[in-house]
Design a protein around this ligand. Structure first.
Ligand code: URA
Ligand code: SF4
Length: 190
């Protein structure tokens, strides 16, 4: 456990614990307000994220930012965004279970420093890893689960909405649920 964000980020960006280090351009550590009460966790960097070293900056990220803005959230203001794995899997394949397991300690350390009140798992892979390995995202998205004193909500990945725009209202409802939960339990997000 590293006690400061600076040391944690420095160590993480040197990581070679799994083979994903071999093809990466950048380690995508995560970004946002380190005093946030709300944390978003995706599965891992894609092409743009790898090139820019920042989470959710490609097409999915643009859509995510837009939907976040609609409920008053922004990575520049009141949330933190990270990923299960910090290096891009080749051709954007799903990160392997062993890659996730080797990388997740970085995320755990981020959570220990942030101490978020709410964690949103963005997409199936993140939801399986941090909420429930048997989660059915199509049924359970938008629902809150209390785990280790932290409220956790799975939502549908913005990449899925880009493939299937019919799902957009479902995610908008998830975000409305999120906004209500924030109003209920957070004190300095809004
Ligand atoms: N998809 C993710 O899950 N994470 C990112 O950072 C970008 C796209
Ligand atoms: Fe290290 Fe995670 Fe990158 Fe693997 S994906 S090299 S564990 S930072």
């Amino acid at each position: 456990m590293y006690e400061s964000w600076e040391t944690l980020k420095n160590e993480c960006t040197k990581c070679t614990k799994c083979d994903l280090c071999k093809e990466r351009t950048n380690v995508v550590f995560g970004e946002g307000n380190p005093k946030s009460e709300v944390m978003f966790i995706g599965e891992g960097p894609g092409e743009q994220e790898d090139l820019q070293g920042k989470p959710f900056v490609g097409r999915s990220g643009k859509l995510l930012d837009k939907m976040l803005g609609e409920i008053g959230l922004s990575r520049n203001k009141n949330i933190y965004i990270g990923n299960i794995v910090k290096c891009r899997p080749p051709k954007n394949r799903d990160p392997l279970p062993e890659e996730q397991e080797l990388c997740i300690n970085w995320l755990r350390n981020q959570v220990l420093l942030l101490k978020p009140k709410i964690i949103v798992a963005v997409g199936r892979i993140a939801a399986m890893k941090i909420i429930d390995p048997n989660i059915k995202i199509t049924k359970q998205h938008g629902t809150f689960y209390l785990k280790k004193k932290t409220w956790m909500m799975p939502t549908i990945h913005p990449a899925a909405i880009l493939r299937n725009p019919n799902q957009k209202p479902l995610v908008e409802q998830d975000f409305i649920n999120l906004k209500e939960k924030i109003k209920e339990i957070c004190t300095n997000t809004y």
